[in-house]
Design a protein around this ligand. Structure first.
Ligand code: FE2
Length: 183
């Protein structure tokens, strides 16, 4: 798959701009994590970019969420089984079977926090520091929807220390920031 075509699929299936921006932010973080682990940057990026593709359609129906996305992607002719598994894995534990499908859980969590941090900074994602992100992580009233366990549990789950994880993720967000109004 081509990255342009992947983005077009997002435009085709996603209704809300906030969902589009969330998907692209997780794409950026997943690409940076892939690079950190020496994995396939594009394929990890697609897992991030597509993981909530059906969110606006399934709206909290957890039975359909992710499964609808996989059905749509298959119908589009996309059959990268590892990526499809990772999409299921961000919600379903029984699909958290490899590094990509475990990493996406943490990428999902941290991207929410990073985007919230960027939105309250004059320079948005530019110049964002690990220390200030960690401060916001401790502040429970800041972006309360962020599942902080997903960020704190990263080292035990995929073996990257939290500071490295946050630094890598900031780099990933910065790469896609111009696409989501955060540059
Ligand atoms: Fe998500």
């Amino acid at each position: 798959m081509d990255r342009e075509i992947a983005r077009q699929l997002v435009d085709k299936y996603v209704k809300k701009d906030i969902t589009r921006r969330h998907l692209i932010s997780v794409e950026g973080v997943m690409r940076a994590l892939a690079s950190h682990f020496g994995e396939d940057v594009d394929r990890w990026g697609y897992a991030g970019l597509f993981h909530d593709l059906d969110m606006d359609e399934t709206e909290g129906d957890m039975e359909r969420h992710t499964r609808e996305t996989v059905a749509w992607l298959r119908a589009e002719g996309y059959d990268d089984e590892q990526v499809l598994n990772a999409i299921l894995g961000h919600l379903h534990k029984d699909h958290q079977t490899d590094l990509m499908s475990r990493a996406i859980v943490h990428a999902d969590g941290v991207s929410g926090l990073l985007v919230a941090c960027a939105l309250v900074r004059p320079d948005k994602a530019n110049g964002m520091k690990v220390s200030s992100v960690k401060k916001k992580l401790k502040e429970k009233s800041f972006a309360p929807g962020v599942e902080r366990d997903k960020i704190r549990g990263v080292e035990g789950s995929i073996g990257i220390p939290m500071d490295d994880f946050i630094a890598t993720s900031i780099g990933g967000l910065q790469e896609v920031a111009p696409d989501i109004g955060l540059a």
